[in-house]
Design a protein around this ligand. Structure first.
Ligand SMILES: Nc1ncnc2c1ncn2[C@@H]1O[C@H](COP(=O)(O)OP(=O)(O)O)[C@@H](O)[C@H]1O
Ligand SMILES: O=C(O)C1=C[C@@H](OP(=O)(O)O)[C@@H](O)[C@H](O)C1
Ligand SMILES: [Mg+2]
Length: 167
């Protein structure tokens, strides 16, 4: 069985927060590939970037995405950069993939100083803008549905996604 919903989107769009809340509402398991990667590596994501670099993180991420899709949790949140890999985009074909869209002002507010997100450690606003411009077409490519999150509460977003699901 495939996950009920896979969440993609830019850092700060709310994949982790909305994903956990959606899983709670649906009464299904929640999984986040960032958590799986930290377990695999035995250290937090910022330390993986410092010790082994982004390329190694992306290798772990490809393995984590494949394993998580195969394990079929109810709700699966991916890291914001998972869509960069063609292998991950191909693996998402046939799944219900919800893109949580967010515009720059809300994304900046939500990620703050970028703590815990090594790519945003320097100049979070400019870096986020660049990442979002680069990835927008990739989120659109993998998504079966887009849900906007700007100015909305996680609760409201969860209700919209839950209403989209077959009962
Ligand atoms: N709809 C929302 N409105 C306001 N704050 C939000 C919303 N969604 C998430 N947040 C907050 O933004 C931050 C980033 O959310 P997170 O779920 O970690 O995003 P992602 O996993 O997509 O990077 C967290 O502090 C979270 O509480
Ligand atoms: O955008 C990215 O490349 C990343 C996003 C992070 O996840 P969130 O999108 O949950 O912040 C995490 O996977 C890592 O720091 C890299
Ligand atoms: Mg997250």
């Amino acid at each position: 069985m495939a996950p009920v919903v896979v969440l993609v989107g830019a850092p700060g769009c709310g994949k982790t927060t909305v994903g956990q809340a959606l899983a709670d509402v649906l009464g299904v398991e929640f999984r986040d590939t960032d958590v799986d990667i930290e377990k695999m590596a035995g250290k937090p994501i910022p330390e993986i970037f410092i010790d082994e670099g982004e390329a190694h993180f992306r290798t772990l991420e490809r393995a984590a995405v494949a394993a998580a899709l195969a394990a079929s949790p109810g709700v699966l949140a991916l890291g914001g950069g998972a869509v960069l890999a063609e292998e991950n985009r191909a693996a998402l074909v046939g799944h219900r993939v919800v893109h949580l869209s967010v515009e720059l002002p809300d994304a900046v507010k939500r990620v703050g100083l970028g703590a815990g997100r090594p790519l945003l450690a320097i100049n979070p606003r400019a870096t986020l803008k660049h990442l979002m411009d680069q990835r927008r077409p990739l989120y659109a490519e993998v998504a079966t549905t887009t849900v906007t999150t700007d100015g909305r509460t996680p609760r409201d977003i969860v209700a919209e996604i839950a209403a989209l699901l077959p009962r």
